[in-house]
Design a protein around this ligand. Structure first.
Ligand SMILES: [Zn+2]
Length: 230
């Protein structure tokens, strides 16, 4: 048998490479492989997974789909509700089977906190606000997060540390009134002594698989997930 000429070998390699590239592209483009944003029970973006994995979690009842319904309005759906929502609001690309036509989720909300890998709770603005339930710890009023500050109980320039035990959620008027004083010096009383929360969320989020427009509400909140420091 005569040896294969070098040019033919090269051409074959090119063809094989082209086929691989095409197959890879086809796999990457498959809607079931598209990334889905994963939120924890506190609606914090924690990870991404494939639409395939999201559908499994949805079907098993471990997650709900979060549907963006304009502005900052979101609805959540279990499997049956998502199927009905898909029928009422079809998209060009749907997951089709003999008996089912359902939309691909873009965001899911995990239902069970304790099924997640645990990690040390990050000391973040978001988590301080979660701990204090968006409530000013001085006047006991609940506010929108944009109207809340982080207050150092013992002020920083008097040696107060930025720790779970020394920061609380505070409204801007209370924060201004307290100023550079201890609560009792300002005749203010804390709702409760600040402490590290008992709950623990999980993995750090990365967005290696790209992002979807509908994620912006949650990814913009990455600001809240920045670790606090001195
Ligand atoms: Zn207040």
């Amino acid at each position: 048998m005569s040896p294969i000429p070098p040019l033919t070998i090269f051409a074959r390699r090119c063809y094989v490479r082209a086929c691989h590239a095409r197959i890879t592209l086809m796999i990457m483009e498959h809607p079931l492989d598209q990334p889905v944003l994963v939120l924890n029970r506190l609606w914090q973006a924690i990870n991404t997974c494939s639409a395939r994995r999201a559908m499994t979690l949805l079907y098993q009842g471990h997650a709900q789909v979060v549907a963006n319904q304009g502005a900052s309005h979101f609805s959540t759906h279990d499997f049956v509700s998502w199927r009905d929502f898909s029928l009422a609001n079809p998209e060009p690309r749907m997951l089709q089977s003999v008996s089912l036509s359902i939309r691909f989720p873009r965001i899911i909300l995990l239902c069970f906190f304790d099924r997640l890998p645990k990690k040390d709770l990050k000391f973040t603005r978001q988590n301080v606000f979660e701990r204090d339930k968006n409530t000013c710890q001085y006047c006991a009023t609940r506010f929108d997060r944009s109207s809340l500050n982080i207050d150092h109980v013992l002020p920083r320039d008097r040696g107060g540390q930025t720790t779970w035990e020394n920061v609380v959620c505070s409204c801007i008027p209370c924060n201004s009134h307290k100023g550079n004083r201890l609560p009792h010096e300002a005749r203010m009383k804390l709702l409760k002594k600040p402490a590290r929360p008992k709950w623990r969320p999980f993995v750090n989020i990365t967005f290696a698989g790209g992002t979807d427009n509908s994620w912006s509400h949650f990814i913009d909140l990455a600001y809240w997930n920045v670790e606090l420091g001195e």
